[in-house]
Design a protein around this ligand. Structure first.
Ligand code: AMP
Length: 279
């Protein structure tokens, strides 16, 4: 497994590959867990060579505290990547990526950016768009893998690729969960013991939402979720939304022509957790 931190070295390596070599790419922020590894394993199966980036992108953090406290486990990450047969790891510094100008480009994602996460994390998706576009230019992948865990991000990247006619196929991968249902996340390691115990309630609620979806109205379901979270002393609901999978606009009633998903963001103490489920 090769590890590069310089753009030039990585680009030289990529241009030395035999013509027609299929490159799979998995961008990450490190602190890798089985969720990340499920994306990488799929990329290994579907491509000739797999590049994984580890970069905690400063421009997508709206809270400095979250950026500073983001877990960093580079040695463990590298051995995990080796164990799943990753070929190349890219670990740039912020200055290498941003050339001493750490700022985001402004994007128009046709309104996807104003829903849910966009309302609560200012500038987040401009930061995501900026880094993913930059990494795509450097890595030039044929296929890029993103988790449905960050479903809004996945749809935004699909939109960016489509609007800019970028030559990469975006592949969405299922959410990988702990045995108790909690969606795996690098942030889970920052949960206190009691918050970790309380957190599976999030997915439990989503599964109940799924079963209510056929029989109850959207406003009934929303009110029920709000009420359930009020009974949880360790969890604070930030938002719960049922939205159209394509436009991410909140649904008010159900039309059989469209697909819907329930989205949720919850604070467990100071740690913000997100999850979603297809309905
Ligand atoms: P992150 O390191 O949090 O930026 O995540 C890197 C990629 O892994 C993103 O595409 C995430 O959506 C994906 N990912 C993170 N957690 C999970 C999970 N539990 N299941 C599936 N994909 C995930």
């Amino acid at each position: 497994m090769l590890v590069y931190s310089k753009i030039k070295s990585l680009k030289d390596k990529i241009s030395s590959l035999k013509k027609g070599t299929h490159i799979g790419f998995v961008p990450t922020m490190g602190a890798l867990h089985k969720g990340h590894l499920s994306l990488i394993k799929r990329a290994v199966k579907e491509n000739d060579i797999v590049v994984v980036s580890i970069f905690v992108n400063p421009t997508q953090f709206d809270k400095k505290e979250d950026l500073v406290n983001y877990p960093k486990t580079i040695d463990t990450d590298l051995s995990l990547l080796k164990s799943v047969h990753c070929d190349i790891v890219f670990t740039p510094t912020a200055n290498e990526i941003y050339d001493n100008n750490i700022s985001s480009q402004d994007f128009d994602f046709d309104g996807l950016e104003f829903q849910m996460e966009g309302k609560f994390r200012e500038g987040h998706f401009n930061g995501v768009g900026t880094i993913v576009k930059r990494l795509f230019e450097i890595v030039t992948p044929h296929n890029a893998y993103f988790g449905e865990k960050d479903f809004q991000q996945l749809q935004i990247i699909r939109k960016m690729v489509h609007k800019n006619k970028m030559p990469v196929k975006i592949i969405g991968c299922e959410i990988y969960r702990e045995n108790d249902g909690l969606a795996m996340s690098s942030r889970n390691t920052r949960l206190s013991e009691k918050h970790r115990k309380a957190a599976p309630f999030i997915y439990k609620t989503l599964t109940q939402v799924k079963s209510k979806f056929n029989t109850e109205s959207i406003s009934e379901i929303k009110n029920w979720v709000i009420k359930e979270f009020k009974k949880q002393p360790l969890l604070t609901l930030e938002y719960f939304e049922i939205a159209d999978e394509e436009t991410l606009k909140p649904a008010t009633k159900v039309d059989a022509k469209y697909k819907y998903r329930a989205f949720i963001a919850v604070f467990a103490g100071k740690i913000r957790l997100i999850d979603n489920i297809s309905l």
